[in-house]
Design a protein around this ligand. Sequence first.
Ligand code: ADP
Length: 308
Amino acid sequence: NMRDQEMKLLNKDGRLLYTAVSTSIMPEDDPHKLRVVCVANDITQRKQFEIELQAAKTAAEAAAKVKSDFLASMSHEIRTPLNAVIGMTSLLLDTQLTAEQEDYVTTARGSSNGLLAIINDILDFSKIDSGMLELEDQPFILRECVEESVGLLAAQASAKNIHLNAYSDPHVPTILLGDVTRLRQILVNLLSNAVKFTARGEINLWVGSQELPEGVQLHFMVKDTGIGIPQNRIDGLFEPFRQVDSSITRKFGGTGLGLAICKHLVNLMAGDIWVTSQPNEGSSFHFTIKTNPLISANSGTTGSRPAF
Ligand code: ADP
């Protein structure tokens, strides 16, 4: 038996056919003769379908590229004047203003910052969506990353009278290889959700680690005592534009992109993200990432206590 081959053949009325031809060679009684049997199957339809599919795929890829190029340049064009608005309103706030004027300018600056955050989310999401986001692989100090993330939310938390703490297991590596900016982005996202959806109580960030044959797996948990998430809403939570219900946008703002971005980033870091929650009691967001430690022993931890 010989293997199958694709061949273009002309049929009787001169039409081009795509065929799959299988050839068998059979011995004859006369050892100087061979019998060759060819069977040609008409696969023209399948072939045409494949060609159309390929063309559609190429067109879709080109359209996706145009879309992400457009978004990238648009968001740059939008961010530049927006940064000027934020800068100028900040300067304006430093001048002599009446209470009423100060109120107006503060609102304008708050809205500009909110708009900037949304634009950043959309840009990030489209970058990740089109596979154009590349992660860095640089050494960083894990504790600094955690402290910076907590620090960014400290003012907001204390304004709501919420305690914000970070803990780490004693054996968590000190220096790791990876993308510290993106790790901080995930942490800040989860922490700011926790602050946003918690009215009283505390928020705890915990870091643990586990040695793997090929490196180390870090496990982060952000636990809050907030409004929680109904069980039937948990499944779609990490999909883009998902919010628990439409009243959330009205009450808390947001685009529903944050967790989708976190999930993409965590997956790029070879990890998982999930949540356990009890309505009215709180939520615990967990994620893991795989990295390589540069220095594995944790030599003295400031601000960290043993794991709970
Ligand atoms: P956004 O916060 O911009 O709406 P996210 O993707 O970060 O988008 O979150 C999606 C939704 O998940 C939120 O709108 C909220 O309904 C729910 N959620 C996220 N984090 C929490 C939390 N810590 N507690 C309660 N609900 C949460």
